[in-house]
Design a binder for this molecule. Structure first.
Ligand code: FAD
Ligand code: FES
Length: 291
C-alpha cells in the first residue's frame, strides 16, 4: 500500500513522486491535497495532488526539500512505501466556465496549478498560464503546463531561461497590454502582438510562495479581476480540528484545510499568514540540524 512507483528529480531540491494509492486517486479532484507521513518518525505534511490517474490508482506529488520531513521524503525511492497517505483533503477548486482564465504558478506552485489549469481548459475556458521560478534549474513541467493551457508564458527571476522577471510582470502585461508593450511601428495597426493575444481576464488563479500570491492579489485588485489563491499555512490534522491552519479571510478566521485551501485573494490577510508560517522557525532549524 502507498508504494512509490516512480520518482524523478527535477533539481537538487525538487522531485516528483508517483504513489500507488487507489482509494485516494479515485476520488482526487483539482485543487485538493494529501497529508502524508513518510516514515514512523516523520511529521505529517500537506502536499498538493499535482496529477492523478484514477484508472491506475496513482497520484503524483512534486516536493521541494526545505526542511526535515521533505528531505527525508526525498531519500525514499520506488519500491518503498509511504507510511500513511490521508486524502483527498480540502475543497476542490471550483471549476466553472467563466471565459478567459490566467493560471499563475510560482516555484513548486507550478505543480499545484497544473490540475486546475487542465480542468479549467476541459471546462471550455481559454486558459493562459504563467509559470515562473527563481532560475532555470527550478523550472519543471513546462510541457505539461503547455498541454494544460491554450497559451503558456514562462519566466525566470534571473533571466537564465525564457523571459526575465517575475510572474507578476507578465500578468501586468496581460492586464495592461497598452501600457507595457512596445509602441506600434510605422505601417502597423495600433495593436502589438501581446495586445492581440490578450483579452479581458475573467479569473486569475494563483499558487506559489505567499509573497507571490500577495503580489498577484495586488496586481489584480485595482482592475477588479476575481482572483483565487490556494493557501499553504502550517497544517497538522487537515480535518479542521487543531486550528493550526487558521487564516484570516475578510476579517474572519477560516481553517484552510476544510474551508479552503482556495480563497478570494483580495480578502486574505497575507501579513497574518506569513507571520503564522514563521512561528516555528527555531524548531524547524533545530530539526534540520539534528538530521
Ligand atoms: C495545502 C498545502 C499544500 C502544499 N503543497 C505542497 C506541494 O505540493 N509541494 C511542496 O513542496 N510543498 C507543499 N506544501 C508545503 C509543505 O507542506 C511544507 O514545505 C512542508 O510541510 C515542510 O516540512 P519540512 O519538515 O520539510 O520543513 P520544516 O523545516 O518543518 O518547515 C519549513 C517551512 O515549511 C512550512 N511548513 C512546515 N510544516 C508545515 C506543515 N505541517 N504544513 C504546512 N507547511 C508547513 C513552514 O512555512 C515552515 O517554515 C503545501 C502546504 C499546504 C498547506
Ligand atoms: S490543519 Fe488542523 S484545523 Fe486545519
Amino acid at each position: 500500500m502507498n508504494e512509490i512507483v516512480r520518482k524523478e528529480r527535477y533539481s537538487e531540491q525538487v522531485f516528483m513522486m508517483a504513489i500507488s494509492t487507489p482509494l485516494v486517486a479515485r476520488k482526487a479532484q483539482a485543487g485538493q491535497f494529501i497529508i502524508i507521513r513518510g516514515t514512523e518518525t516523520g511529521e505529517r505534511i500537506p502536499l498538493t495532488i499535482a496529477d492523478f490517474d484514477r484508472e491506475r490508482g496513482e497520484l503524483e506529488i512534486v516536493v521541494q526539500e526545505i526542511g526535515k520531513s521533505t528531505k527525508v521524503l526525498g531519500t525514499m525511492e520506488p519500491g518503498q512505501s509511504i507510511l500513511d497517505v490521508t486524502g483527498p483533503l480540502g475543497i476542490p477548486t471550483h471549476i466553472g466556465k467563466v471565459g478567459t482564465v490566467c493560471c499563475v504558478g510560482g516555484g513548486v506552485g507550478i505543480a499545484a496549478v497544473h490540475p486546475v489549469a487542465r480542468a479549467l481548459k476541459e471546462a471550455g475556458n481559454r486558459v493562459v498560464s504563467i509559470i515562473g521560478a527563481r532560475n532555470r534549474s527550478l523550472l519543471f513541467w513546462e510541457d505539461k503546463m503547455r498541454a494544460a493551457s491554450d497559451e503558456l508564458v514562462v519566466t525566470t527571476d534571473d533571466g537564465s531561461y525564457a523571459a526575465k522577471g517575475f510572474v507578476t510582470d507578465r500578468l501586468k502585461e496581460l492586464i495592461e497590454p497598452r501600457a507595457t508593450s512596445r509602441e506600434p511601428r510605422a505601417g502597423e495597426s495600433g495593436s502589438s502582438e501581446l495586445e492581440a493575444r490578450s483579452s479581458k481576464l475573467d479569473l486569475v488563479f494563483a499558487v506559489g510562495p505567499t509573497v507571490m500570491m500577495r503580489a498577484v492579489a495586488e496586481t489584480t485588485r485595482p482592475h477588479g479581476i476575481k482572483t483565487v489563491v490556494s493557501l499553504n499555512p502550517i497544517m497538522v490534522d487537515g480535518t479542521g480540528m487543531c486550528g493550526g491552519c487558521r487564516v484570516l479571510v475578510g476579517g474572519k478566521p477560516r481553517f484552510a484545510c476544510v474551508h479552503g485551501p482556495d480563497f478570494d485573494a483580495h480578502e486574505v490577510d497575507f501579513a497574518n499568514l506569513m507571520a503564522r508560517q514563521r512561528q516555528y522557525l527555531d524548531k524547524e532549524r533545530a530539526a534540520l540540524d539534528a538530521l
